[in-house]
Design a protein. Structure first.
Lengths: 115, 114
């Protein structure tokens, strides 16, 4: 059962364009929504994150839009650059009984930014 | 700081062999996690630990065991490897408290089981 659905699976954008990746979730117990960026041969690295009581968060060229009622959130990459070519994962966090937290990941979007 | 490191980077096993993957972190994080990453499936939690001497099962724990004897280390063991365990394994750690309880990932171990 995929609790976090991510689309598209792959995306090709021209340099300078806007990249948009969408995610939808089901579990209302999720309390934090990070996005991770992963380059080939590397581990995922936190890119940007948002709380569910905030509708938008911007950090540089990266913006998360969050729609709590629709249970959807998206990542926008403005002025996309070839160096942004990577796999992007959305995730949703839930606190675990006894401590720790569990991240449920989307299936990933492979972004390629062409010159 | 090295952050989260994993050993080995790559390993080939034959079905039925055993091995241990080592994860180490130098950030004094309380929580540590083991994930596997498979094509089209994102990352799935295998086991996790909320402190030294404690471990708990994630969503895909079968065929794996873990130990956290020291705060900075988290070991993942495969007692009898199966081809279905061919995957890329990532370790992660996070600190306690605050809304930004974000997980920091290691570089991964690529495992091939023949």
């Amino acid at each position: 059962q995929q609790q976090v659905k991510q689309s598209p699976q792959s995306l090709i954008v021209q340099k300078g364009g806007i990249s948009i990746i969408n995610c939808a979730y089901e579990n209302t117990a999720f309390d934090y929504f990070p996005w991770y960026q992963q380059f080939p041969g590397k581990g995922p690295a936190l890119l940007i994150a948002i709380r569910p009581d905030v509708s938008e968060k911007k950090e540089g060229r990266f913006t998360i839009s969050f729609n709590k009622s629709a249970k959807q959130f998206s990542l926008h990459i403005m002025d996309s650059q070839p160096g942004d070519s990577a796999t992007y994962f959305c995730a949703a966090r839930r606190k675990l009984t006894g401590g720790g937290n569990k991240l449920t990941f989307g299936t990933g979007t492979q972004l390629k930014v062409e010159l | 700081n090295a952050g989260v490191t994993q050993t080995p980077k790559f390993r080939v096993l034959k079905t039925g062999q055993s091995m241990t993957l080592l994860c180490a972190q130098d950030m004094n994080h309380e929580y540590m996690y083991w994930y596997r990453q498979d094509p089209g499936m994102g990352l799935r939690l295998i086991h996790y630990s909320v402190g030294e001497g404690t471990t708990a099962k994630g969503e895909v724990p079968d065929g794996y065991n873990v130990s956290r004897l020291k705060k900075q280390n988290f070991l993942l063991g495969l007692e009898s490897a199966a081809p279905s365990q061919t995957s890329v394994y990532f370790c992660a750690s996070s600190y306690v408290g605050g809304e930004k309880e974000t997980q920091y990932f290691g570089p991964g171990t690529r495992l091939l089981v023949l």
